[in-house]
Design a protein around this ligand. Structure first.
Ligand code: HEM
Length: 136
């Protein structure tokens, strides 16, 4: 059985991700980022995105991770919080440990695309920390 089959296929994936988005959107630390967002749309897109990561040959109709999250200016702490909520959700849905590990590993690999690194200037040419200590 594939990982996707073990969590009940696309339908099972949708059940898990609907619960996950309910939790993140109600979370005291990161819930505000989801205010006013169409959660049904986000669940549908993340179902596609995750199913593909698990090898399903279906289309992903959303934006790339960097573009989708750029305006949110997600911090490392917010990213970690989302990963923790994902881990808790997967355990509560009795997802097998090896599937959880693969799923979380796939998420962790996206960190650099999603998180805005506070140590980087906003643009290569923009004034940022690289200009500290230099004469104007
Ligand atoms: C592994 C990490 C992540 C994955 C796989 C992921 C996945 C996605 C996907 C598939 C979308 C829809 C793309 C689109 O709108 O076209 C999305 C949008 C969004 N994500 Fe993430 N995400 C991740 C991390 C985060 C984090 C850390 C946060 C906040 C703490 C976050 C908050 C949001 C919000 C608020 C949107 C809606 C953006 C908008 O419509 O303006 N995501 N994400």
């Amino acid at each position: 059985m594939t990982f996707l089959e073990r969590i009940g296929g696309q339908h099972g994936l949708e059940t898990i991700l609907a619960d996950f988005y309910r939790r993140v959107s109600a979370d005291p630390m990161i819930g505000f980022l989801f205010k006013g967002k169409d959660l049904g749309r986000l669940v549908a897109l993340e179902v596609q995105f995750t199913a593909r990561a698990f090898g399903a040959s279906i289309d992903y109709e959303g934006r790339g991770m960097r573009l989708a999250h750029a305006a949110l200016r997600v911090s490392g702490g917010q990213f970690d919080r989302r990963m923790r909520i994902l881990e808790e959700t997967l355990r509560d849905h009795a997802v097998g440990a090896d599937v959880v590990e693969a799923w979380l590993g796939h998420g962790r690999a996206l960190r650099r695309a999603v998180v805005v690194d506070a140590c980087e200037p906003p643009t290569a040419s923009g004034a940022g920390l690289t200009s500290v200590g230099r004469s104007p």
